[in-house]
Ligand binder design. Structure first.
Ligand SMILES: *Cc1c(COP(=O)(O)O)cnc(C)c1O
Ligand code: SF4
Length: 331
């Protein structure tokens, strides 16, 4: 498998779905983009169900539950200029494009990503960069999208150079799926673009331990070597990582790759994603069972997004018994 699979037909030709299943999921691709990279297709072909569930379309996506919203994060009112979201005083998002290397079936921005790629024009990008230059309250620029690491290294280097030249920009952060989903994009050219004086945090989105292939491991090692601080973000997903064993394996695998788990997101109610929903109480109980038994370095903040633009909110832990998680002394 050499190229990204982009349709039910491609998936059937690669043997990832049967022809009958391909016929069932074809209507989904008219509404939501499909993309499975060679790296992820290889895992699915080898039987990784927790990877298949994240990327293979399902007819259930065409059914919108009553509580599901087109724009669950409600970013629109916080958009001072195209491509920028400024919700919190000291940091703002820059979304240079709305395309991704893979399309997650549970994506919270699924109504916006894919399709035409949403690439900012030269003029729009320059206007967005100018907005950062004249907004001194913003100390941190968070590059997201879509996935900024699929921009050409040349274009990406230009954006990073412009941002790191702004005196009040103290931190840069990238949110990306690339290091695990398409590690072949982590080339010497990209690494050169990412080597900066300004501290650069890379928040890697991964939901299952299986996503950390040897190629992903090499890409993460190289990124760490280039001076990036690596963080992990995951979404709690039914059928992917909704067990104690799966979460423990995910967090331990991240840490072995020098990736510090940062966020575990409660699923946002985007249309057609109900099959992935795990109730908050269940998520809290899962985390409580890991606490104490698994290194504290693995501990992410478990967060949800309030609807209608309320922002992120950390979900609390139920009170624990003193010593919970430690083996009981007997005798
Ligand atoms: C999540 C998010 C951020 C980053 O928040 P942190 O808590 O710093 O990770 C910034 N802006 C928006 C709009 C966000 O949704
Ligand atoms: S990588 Fe992120 S933005 Fe892209 S499809 Fe997946 S969840 Fe959505």
């Amino acid at each position: 498998m050499k190229r990204t699979l982009r349709s039910a037909r491609d998936l059937a030709a690669a043997g990832l779905v049967t022809p009958a299943r391909a016929a069932e999921i074809t209507p989904v691709e008219a509404r939501y983009s499909v993309a499975v990279t060679p790296a992820m297709a290889a895992l699915i072909a080898a039987g990784a169900e927790d990877v298949a569930a994240q990327y293979l379309p399902d007819p259930a996506e065409l059914v919108t539950a009553p509580h599901e919203l087109d724009d669950p994060t409600a970013d629109a009112p916080f958009t001072p200029i195209k491509g920028v979201v400024h919700r919190y005083p000291d940091r703002a998002l820059l979304k240079p494009l709305l395309a991704c290397p893979v399309y997650c079936r549970f994506c919270f921005r699924r109504e916006a990503v894919g399709a035409d790629g949403g690439l900012l024009t030269e003029a729009e990008l320059e206007a967005a960069l100018d907005w950062f230059a004249r907004t001194p309250a913003v100390r941190e620029v968070i590059l997201t999208g879509g996935d900024p690491l699929i921009l050409s290294p040349r274009r990406f280097a230009h954006i990073l150079a412009r941002l790191s030249a702004i005196p009040h920009v103290e931190l840069l952060r990238i949110h990306s799926r690339v290091p695990v989903a398409e590690p072949s994009r982590v080339t010497p050219e990209l690494l050169a673009a990412l080597t900066l004086e300004t501290p650069l945090y890379l928040c890697v989105h991964a939901n299952a331990a299986a996503e950390f292939t040897p190629e992903a491991g090499a890409a993460l090692r190289a990124l760490h070597g280039a001076g990036l601080v690596l963080l992990g973000q995951s979404v709690l997903l039914r059928g992917v990582n909704d067990t104690e064993a799966a979460l423990e394996a995910l967090f331990r695998t991240m840490l072995r790759h020098r990736v510090k788990p940062y966020y575990l997101h409660q699923l946002d109610p985007a249309p057609g994603t109900a099959r992935f929903h795990v109730p908050e109480a269940e998520g809290l109980a899962l985390l409580a069972r890991l606490r104490g038994r698994v290194t504290g370095l693995s501990w992410p903040a478990y967060v949800r997004e309030w609807p209608e633009g309320g922002g992120k909110y950390p979900l609390g832990m139920p009170a624990m018994q003193p010593g919970a998680g430690h083996p009981r002394r007997s005798g």
